[in-house]
Design a protein around this ligand. Sequence first.
Ligand SMILES: Cc1cc2nc3c(=O)[nH]c(=O)nc-3n(C[C@H](O)[C@H](O)[C@H](O)COP(=O)(O)O)c2cc1C
Length: 227
Amino acid sequence: MNAVVFYSNTGQSKAIAEHFANQLGYPLADMETKCAEHYQNLVLVFPVHCQNIPDVVKNFLKNISVDNLTAIATYGKMCCGNVLHEIQKNYQKNIVAGAYIPTKHSYIDNDDAFCAFDTLKPIVEKVKEPSYISLPKLYKNPLADIFPKLRNRLGITIQKSANCSGCNLCAEHCSFGAIKSGITNRQCIRCLKCVESCPRQALKIKLGLPLKLYLRKKKINKVIIYA
Ligand SMILES: Cc1cc2nc3c(=O)[nH]c(=O)nc-3n(C[C@H](O)[C@H](O)[C@H](O)COP(=O)(O)O)c2cc1C
């Protein structure tokens, strides 16, 4: 089968996946619902987390086979790491196209969503007429692999306000069983799906000073396309 499959917590990757599904006429599927095991043409859209491939995406890639893979990584204009090269090296060799797309950063309120959809045309064309490519290695901070989830947990707190009605929708949306009645546990990776899913905006994030300063650094607003 052909499909566009996405992993998305705050909607940025989902919006880009929807664009590819519309352009290609492929069905759109959330990675966290049961997916097929074999794909002829697969467009995979996911966010960069701490310069790495999120674990959900790694598990998905381990359990499928693909004839022609297009891998699209969204990133919050800080650093996209080297995730596409890592996918080709460690999981799926048959890559026909790839892109790093700068989007709104999950932790920055006044940031812009991606809107330059015209720049993605070469990817759509390449999916339609596939041939394999090799994805180059990009810079990744050597410290990025040291306890990334722990560093994230320490850098960000999720706080419950009096608006919480105890509906537990946050727990239903969490992929990791990491929140109950608005209180996070050690499984939490701070992906913010709970914050997004709360109908009463009862969950807020608080960034620690080092992360606040890091997020003030100059942004990289660059679409990188391999096709
Ligand atoms: C846990 C976590 C880690 C992140 N790490 C990075 C990063 O290393 N570099 C970066 O530029 N953006 C980073 N971001 C920002 C996301 O990659 C970006 O906002 C992405 O578009 C979110 O996609 P989504 O809305 O589909 O979840 C991170 C976001 C989260 C939640």
